[in-house]
Design a protein around this ligand. Structure first.
Ligand SMILES: Nc1nc2c(ncn2[C@@H]2O[C@H](COP(=O)(O)OP(=O)(O)OP(=O)(O)O)[C@@H](O)[C@H]2O)c(=O)[nH]1
Ligand SMILES: [Mg+2]
Length: 462
């Protein structure tokens, strides 16, 4: 893989383990002064003639020359090349107390390192050609993964399944470009129908593959981010009670007074390997009161962002469901109706509610007795269960989707232009545009802003 830009050479350092008390802590350095700093701060427990790369050494981190030991550590120095960032690196394994780790970090900074920014190690790995942007993003996905499926997907991405796909499409397009250029350079020799057919055939194949990967987005995104489910409904319908019953603890406040929930609360669960993120809201009601209005605004924005909307109803209190039905209609494809309080509602009341919502998937539940709650959760996760872990490339970020859609449009345009026997120059423009999209995806050509945004999501020390 080639380097993407000029290598930054200052030496960065950070604590790479999580904050808090632990058995060990790791301070990491990367940059061309890493070895020099290592030699300055480290005193080995027995004399070492020559330090070797990728070996662990035992000793102390010294506060200064002829002074006290800050900690007894294991330390490894790694020559530039076969390291995470591609640069010279040092890793110091300290005792895991936060004071110990921080004092070792301070010592390293005093010796000339600079505190790393978020994701700066991975950013350097990217800039030094150790991984492309898709793989760098997947490193973050792996750290964040909270289900097996999310982890498997991230590992697959780090190993380069999507990157290989992109490069295979790129190869095809470069081949097309080369052939078109011949046509441009020798305009007197008109393209034979066979030549044009061959070009179109390659473009069509590339287009179909891109379409196939585009289709993976919804499922792959859900594996990475989880299914976002929002609970709405009239005051006192039991939204917060149901939310608590689902997430398994008393997270949301429940009272007999309508209008209890004003803010929203979010809680994620892992249901049979699928991450489900539930949001309890202030529900739906009309009010002129400022706090209430804000609550309604929040509800609306959460509903917009969600994959599934659960409308919670209370058949023991309602006889008409006009408001619920109009909301249900708006979100037709992703609405679930929870008919709550079946423990106190009469048979007739429950039947009436079921009839009102006959066009939707309906789950009778009781937040109080938990009856039906498991079926409801099962109903939500059903379509996302047993996520495929085959080895096909998938995309799981909006950035990927946008880029692939752009590529798809360009390929489609190129194919149509060939059909219309357009000038080869114009076909070439579309192929170029598709190629640019591919380069953007892998980060071969990407603006500083996009990089900043991607790496800002990382933690410091990664
Ligand atoms: N019997 C019975 N009571 C319930 C059930 N679910 C909720 N309740 C009661 O209904 C009342 C309102 O419950 P909440 O969970 O606060 O309702 P909510 O929809 O969040 O209400 P707001 O936040 O005020 O909009 C409380 O007194 C709950 O104990 C249920 O399944 N059965
Ligand atoms: Mg509530």
């Amino acid at each position: 893989m080639k380097k993407n830009t000029i290598v930054t050479t200052d030496t960065i350092a950070a604590i790479s383990t999580a904050q808090g008390e632990g058995a060990i802590g790791i301070v990491r350095l990367s940059g061309n002064k890493a070895y020099q700093i290592f030699r300055e701060i480290f005193s080995p427990s027995k004399p070492i003639k020559k330090y070797q790369s990728h070996r662990l050494y035992q000793g102390s981190v010294m506060n200064g020359a002829n002074t006290s030991s800050l900690d007894q550590v294991m330390i490894a120095f790694m020559k530039a090349g076969k390291t995470y960032t591609g640069e010279e690196m040092v890793e110091i394994y300290t005792h895991g107390g936060s004071n110990v780790i921080n004092s070792v970090l301070q010592r390293v900074l005093k010796a000339g390192a600079r505190l790393a920014d978020r994701g700066e190690f991975t950013r350097r790995a990217f800039l030094n050609g150790k991984m492309d942007l898709l793989q760098a993003e997947a490193v973050l996905d792996l750290i964040r993964a909270d289900t097996d499926a999310a982890r498997v997907q991230a590992i697959k991405q780090i190993s380069g399944v999507l990157s290989e796909f992109i490069s295979s499409i790129k190869k095809k397009l470069v081949q097309v470009k080369t052939n078109i250029e011949v046509l441009i350079d020798f305009p007197e020799e008109e393209a034979s129908p066979k030549q044009l057919f061959d070009l179109k055939f390659i473009l069509q194949a590339a287009h179909d593959e891109v379409m196939h990967v585009l289709k993976s987005y919804d499922q792959a995104k859900i594996i990475r981010e989880g299914v976002h489910v929002v609970l709405i409904g009239r005051p006192n319908a039991g939204k917060s009670s149901l939310f608590n019953a689902i997430v398994g603890e008393n997270r949301a406040i429940v009272t007999p007074h309508p209008g209890t929930t004003r803010d929203y609360i979010e809680e994620a669960i892992n249901y049979k390997g699928v991450k489900l993120v539930f949001t309890d809201t202030a529900g739906i009601r009309s009010s002129e009161e400022p706090i209430e209005k804000l609550g309604m605004e929040m509800t609306r924005s959460r509903v917009e962002k969600s994959d599934i909307v659960i409308i919670v109803t209370d058949p023991s209190a309602a006889s008409r469901y006009d408001e619920e039905l109009s909301i249900a209609k708006e979100h037709k494809d992703n609405v679930i109706i929870a008919i709550n309080k079946v423990d106190i509602a009469s048979k007739d009341q429950i039947e009436q509610a079921k009839n009102a919502f006959e066009d939707y998937s309906v789950f009778p539940v009781s937040a109080k007795t938990r009856e039906g709650v498991e079926s409801l959760v099962q109903g939500i996760s059903g379509p996302s269960l047993a996520p495929s872990i085959e080895n096909a490339p998938v995309i799981n970020r909006y950035r990927h989707k946008q880029a692939l859609e752009h590529i798809e449009l360009s390929l489609n345009a190129a194919i149509n232009l060939i059909d219309q026997q357009a000038f080869p120059e114009i076909v070439a423009e579309e192929v170029d545009s598709a190629l640019a999209g591919l380069k953007e995806l892998t980060g071969e050509v990407t603006s500083q802003d996009i990089l900043d945004k991607i790496f800002a999501e990382f933690c410091i020390g990664k």
